[in-house]
Ligand binder design. Sequence first.
Ligand code: MTE
Length: 300
Amino acid sequence: MAGRWRNDLNWSDVTPEHVYLNRRQLMAGAGALALAGAAGPARAADDMEPNTWEEITRYCNFYEFGTRKEDPWHNAGQMTIDPWAVEIDGMVDRPGTYDLADILKGVSIEERIYRLRCVEAWSMVVPWQGFELADLLTRVGVQPGAKYVGFETLYRPEEMPGQRARILDWPYVEGLRLDEAMHPLTIMATGLYDKPLPNQNGAPLRLVVPWKYGFKSIKSIVRITLTDREPATSWNKAAPNEYGFYANVNPNVDHPRWSQASERRIGGGIFSPRQPTLMFNGYGDQVADLYAGMDLAKFF
Ligand code: MTE
């Protein structure tokens, strides 16, 4: 890939549809009106309008705070996020417990507007702020034998009611292959809509890997481990035939219990049509190379 990450979504691309249609009507007169009418209210296959703050912060998956979508919005306020430290260990030159403030001093925060596709077949578009995970890993010094990166969420049952039940084997853990972790699209998010990341979205630090199903994007990270072995991952441990390690968004490989060919964009309303799911969630031109020669149905 040439150079650094290329932003394929900008605020200028995300003009709300009604504004866009009005502009077209004004410019082209009655002809465009007919055209807009014919196009109807159907969403484009790849509609990049960011979801609202409300949608992103109230419709969440964060099982540490309950399994219903609004549970994290209700309950995550209990989580103490200051002070916060991240233990970085395993095959690194400079292992240690790093204060979040120190981590943030060495990185540059950028905006990344990404699609988020949950394995449950709903999706959103989220305007994150964050930094490239590669920058942090480079700073701590990845040793030559390292092949994978493991991540761990905070384990604090007294503040996380979901951890007092055996919904999953706590703490929530996730992992990436090292080349996936070093990819410029992979970020550690610290904010959204230019505000600090709300607790329910994984404050103060969560992974975002936009070409993978949302469960890979582990929240409220307290540990990062460089290793030469594929790390265990929470959903794979819970149901290995349903959730693989790779979990790349793939419309051609169905979940055993539902189709992955299409998705429901949150906020579209109950009458809005489902939209087709894109291979690698639309980031294939940037990530398909990582999987050259791999059978994506086998390594799902
Ligand atoms: N991280 C932790 N620690 N616990 C979780 O339950 N849910 C995952 C992921 N990260 C989850 C998690 C799932 S299934 C999805 S789809 C995304 O977070 C949802 O992110 P959002 O709530 O910010 O949209």
